[in-house]
Design a protein around this ligand. Structure first.
Ligand SMILES: Cc1cc2nc3c(=O)[nH]c(=O)nc-3n(C[C@H](O)[C@H](O)[C@H](O)COP(=O)(O)OP(=O)(O)OC[C@H]3O[C@@H](n4cnc5c(N)ncnc54)[C@H](O)[C@@H]3O)c2cc1C
Length: 438
C-alpha cells in the first residue's frame, strides 16, 4: 500500500534550536532485514524498540523514522510528563480509571528517568511539579473545585494556591487560582527524544530521514523508502496519526495542530525585574481557550496556545508570523514587566486524538502490534504504550497490560465532510464557551 501523507520537518522547533547540533543516524539504504521493525521514533517507538531489545537481547530491531528524533511531535511538545488525569472527567465514584492511568503514567516517568540517569541524557529533566491554573472565578468553580475533590478522593497531594501567592510563584497576575501538584516531570522534549534515540542498545539500528512510502504485509512485513527496503517477520507500529495509512484504524483518528513559542533568554536584569527564579510549568483549566506556559531552566518562557483541526496533518509556515505575534501579545498581557522580550522560536506540531480518548494499542494481526494515538499526553502515554506493545509482542507478563487494555479502543468517527463540520463547530463552541479562560 502506498503511503501518501508523510511527516514534514519545517526546522522551526525551538526546543531543538536551543540545543547543540546533532548528527542524525544514517538513512535506510539497500535491502535490510531484521527480526523486528519499529515504525516511528517518537516516545512510543523509542520505548517499544528499547523494550524489545531488553526482552529479546539476541534479536535485531530496526527503528525507522521519516524524520529525525526530536523534530517530531515528541520533540515539539510543551515538555510535561503528566502523571495525573489531565482534566476532570471521572466521577468520584469511579476512581479506578484515574488510578489505572496514574499507575501507567508513573511507570513511564520511572522508565524515562532510568534512561536519563543511566545514559546522562541532557534534557533539563526536573521535578518542579505543575500548576493547573484558572483565569476566571468560573474556571475555579467549574474545573479547580472538582479537581481538588478528585485529588482528595484519590489521596493525591496537592496545594491550593490563591491569586496573591500564585502571582509570586509565576510572576503573573493573570490567574485567579491554581492547584499545584508535585508529581510528573518537566523537560526539554527535543533533548529527551534525541537522547533516547542515541542511547538505544546495540541490537537496535536506527534509520532516520527515511520516509516509508510503501508497505506490504504479506509473508512478514516489507517497508520501502526511496533508497532502501526493510523486511522483518514482525512490526510494532508507532507512527502516531500517520499509522492509519498502513491499513489500521480507519476513521478512528482526529488530527489537530498545536502551536508553541519560546521567548529569548531573559537577561540578568530582566530576571531581576521578573522576580521569579524557580522554573515552573502551568497547564490551563481549559485547553482550548487557555494557554500552557513554562519558565525554563535556561530562563525562557514557553507559550503554548492555539489548537485547530488539521485533517491533512500539514504544518504550514505561512501562519507562523501571525502565531508569533499572537503569542507575543499573550506574553505581554501576562508579563507586562518584560516588554522587550520577544518570541525567539515559534513552531507547530501535530497531535492525534480519538473521539473517546482511547489509545490505538494492541495486537492488530498475528505479527503486527501498535502503540499509537496518545491523545495529547504522549510523553507518558506514548512511553507506556510502546513498552507494553513490546511486552505483549514478546509474551512478557506485565500486569500493566490489563490497565492499558482497560483504556478501551478508539470509537469510529463520522465520515467527512460531516466530521469536518462537526469538529470545527465543536472547537468554535469550546473556544466561545470558555472565553473567560483566555
Ligand atoms: C505543541 C504541542 C504540545 C504538546 N504538549 C505535550 C505535553 O506537554 N505533554 C505530553 O505528554 N504531550 C504533549 N503533546 C503531545 C505529544 O507530543 C504527542 O502525544 C507525542 O509526541 C506522540 O508521540 P508518538 O511517539 O506517538 O508520536 P510522534 O512523536 O508523532 O512520532 C511518530 C513518528 O512516526 C514517524 N512516521 C510517521 N509516518 C512515517 C512514515 N511514513 N515513515 C517513517 N516514519 C513515519 C514520524 O516521523 C514520527 O517521528 C503536545 C503536542 C504538541 C504538538
Amino acid at each position: 500500500m502506498k503511503i501518501a501523507r508523510l511527516p514534514q520537518n519545517d526546522r522551526t522547533n525551538g526546543w531543538s534550536a536551543v540545543l547543540p547540533p546533532r548528527a542524525a543516524h544514517p538513512a535506510l539504504g539497500g535491502d535490510v532485514t531484521a527480526d523486528w521493525i519499529v515504525l516511528g521514533a517518537g516516545y512510543a517507538g523509542l520505548a517499544a524498540a528499547r523494550r524489545l531489545a531488553e526482552n529479546r537481547p539476541d534479536e535485531t530491531i530496526a527503528l525507522i523514522d521519516a524524520g529525525q528524533a526530536g523534530e517530531n511531535a515528541s520533540g515539539r511538545n510543551s515538555g510535561f510528563a503528566i502523571d495525573l488525569p489531565h482534566n476532570v472527567g471521572s466521577s468520584l465514584e469511579e476512581l479506578e480509571g484515574p488510578q489505572r492511568f496514574m499507575r501507567l503514567a508513573r511507570f513511564s516517568i520511572g522508565y524515562l528517568q532510568q534512561q536519563i540517569e543511566t545514559h546522562g541524557i541532557a534534557c533539563d529533566w526536573s521535578h518542579d511539579g505543575k500548576y493547573h491554573a484558572a483565569v476566571s472565578p468560573r474556571g475555579v468553580r467549574d474545573v479547580l473545585d472538582p479537581l481538588a475533590k478528585e485529588l482528595e478522593a484519590l489521596g493525591e497531594p496537592f496545594e491550593w494556591i490563591e491569586k496573591a501567592d500564585l502571582t509570586g510563584k509565576l510572576g503573573s497576575e493573570h490567574f485567579t487560582a491554581a492547584i499545584y501538584t508535585p508529581g510528573g516531570a518537566l523537560m526539554n522534549p527535543a533533548g529527551l527524544t534525541r537522547g533516547l534515540a542515541d542511547s538505544l542498545p546495540d541490537t537496535v539500528t536506527v534509520f532516520e530521514n527515511s520516509p516509508v512510502t510503501d508497505a506490504v504485509f504479506e509473508n512478514g512485513v516489507h517497508l520501502m523508502t526511496a533508497q532502501g527496503s526493510l523486511r522483518a517477520p514482525r512490526i510494532i507500529i508507532a507512527a502516531n496519526g500517520y499509522s492509519e495509512q498502513f491499513g489500521f484504524y480507519p476513521r478512528k483518528f482526529l488530527h489537530l495542530i498545536a502551536h508553541a513559542s519560546l521567548s529569548r533568554q531573559l537577561t540578568a536584569q530582566e530576571r531581576a525585574t521578573y522576580g521569579v527564579d524557580r522554573p515552573w510549568g502551568m497547564t490551563p483549566a481549559n485547553a482550548f481557550a487557555g494557554i500552557t506556559m513554562r519558565y525554563t531552566n535556561d530562563h525562557r518562557i514557553l507559550i503554548r496556545q492555539g489548537l485547530a483541526y488539521c485533517p491533512d496533518q500539514k504544518i504550514s509556515t505561512d501562519q507562523q508570523t501571525a502565531i508569533k505575534a499572537r503569542h507575543k501579545a499573550l506574553f505581554d498581557a501576562r508579563f507586562p514587566m518584560l516588554p522587550d522580550v520577544g518570541m525567539e522560536h515559534t513552531w507547530s506540531g501535530i497531535v492525534c486524538l480519538s473521539r473517546n480518548s482511547a489509545p490505538g494499542f494492541g495486537k492488530l494481526a498475528s505479527n503486527v502490534w501498535s502503540a499509537v494515538c496518545q491523545n495529547a499526553v504522549g510523553v507518558t502515554k506514548g512511553t507506556f504504550s510502546g513498552v507494553l506493545a513490546a511486552d505483549m509482542a514478546t509474551g512478557r507478563d506485565n500486569p500493566l497490560i490489563d490497565d492499558m487494555l482497560s483504556l478501551g479502543e478508539p470509537d469510529p468517527l463520522p465520515r467527512r465532510p460531516f466530521l469536518d463540520i462537526g469538529v470545527r463547530s465543536r472547537f468554535a463552541w469550546e473556544l466561545w464557551s470558555n472565553r473567560h479562560e483566555a
